[in-house]
Design a protein around this ligand. Sequence first.
Ligand code: PSV
Ligand code: MN
Ligand code: MN
Length: 423
Amino acid sequence: HNQIEQHNDSLLTSHQRKLNNLKADWSHLDIESIIQKLVDFQIAIPSWALGTGGTRFGRFAITGGEPRTIEEKIEDVGLLHALNGASGSISLHIPWDIPQNATELKALASSYGLTFDAVNSNTFQDQADAAHSYKFGSLQNVNKAIRKQAIEHNIEVIKQGVALDSNALTVWLADGSCFPGQLNFRKAFENTLESLEEIYSALPEDWKMFVEYKAFEPNFYSTTVGDWGQSLLYASKLGKKAYTLVDLGHHLPNANIEQIVSLLLMEGKLGGFHFNDSKYGDDDLTAGSIKPYQLFLIFNELVEGMDAKGMNHAKDLGWMIDASHNVKDPLEDLLQSVEAIMLAYAQALFVDRKALIEAQETNDVAKAQEILQNTFRSDLRSIVAEARLRAGAALSPIGLYRNLSCRNNLVQQRGQKTVATGL
Ligand code: PSV
Ligand code: MN
Ligand code: MN
């Protein structure tokens, strides 16, 4: 903490100057309440993004000091949270993560100010000790015994999550087909729904189930939860605890994600996000690295829609990152993702809503565009930095991470050739 204070002191004068200019330019806004919203906003870090990433063509180790255990993954997220004050939870993927002593893990997490976000089940890979293979799908499988195995795994994940005080299960299925004729779409849907119903009935009262959709990969002819329409269909049939989860990389090219978000919110069925960015497919690149304007437009709909419904921005949806790459230090990569998400949120909070509604009501198209682009093109980084400062975090998270040689320290502690569990 001393190190954070020293770091902040060294940047304070320049920070203050930028912030004051910004406040003067935007004096019509309630800046204090915007800063408070940014302080409250937390984004969950995926446990699987902390170590070696890769593609189906290969995996390259990170620069060393990779977390080997859940405990070390929690330490890494604790470090991120200390630096940016906005990464207050970790999302586990089971069985890539095998939480053994929930009481100890909770104590460790809370010593870093962390909680456990949604737990993820995994029926897209075969486990060494499993009786059945998921080669032809899990919850959709034509074989009831295989469906049962997948259902039981999900129920086990819920139990693990309950012990960790998590309150949501994310179900992403690789289920689908590779070739025409392989699958009866209706039966696959019905089997999947029936399986999800069994999982749903094992959810505690205050839990949510997130049904994540994806248009393609690993199946390339059909995916059984392939788009937001199918996810919404499952979630609607399941009941009020089931929601659609939007992963930004899971759409067909050029999909209007902001419109999807707006309508899911309208229906009360938007559960949350897996943030990442992409140029081609499910690239899982750093959030905001390719299409920052799209990220802003999504947040613009989120703020508009959540305010219309009186929702709490920080608490009422699941905010998660699902991005990882291995040409960067994963911790720096995650700091960049969180920063991009916070910035897009800040930009959306700065939009002149009243003027936008007026422009929309009078079909003043150019004005509407001006309003959105005006905030998007304004440099709001100092507002996000101010939120970090108030949260006791660093004005420049990556700057401090580098100054303190955090990666080197991890290599010293853990060794050069450590390999994280998981993908
Ligand atoms: C699938 O592409 C996905 O987005 C799901 O969320 C999985 O759980 C995650 O990636 C695993 O990498
Ligand atoms: Mn995802
Ligand atoms: Mn994905």
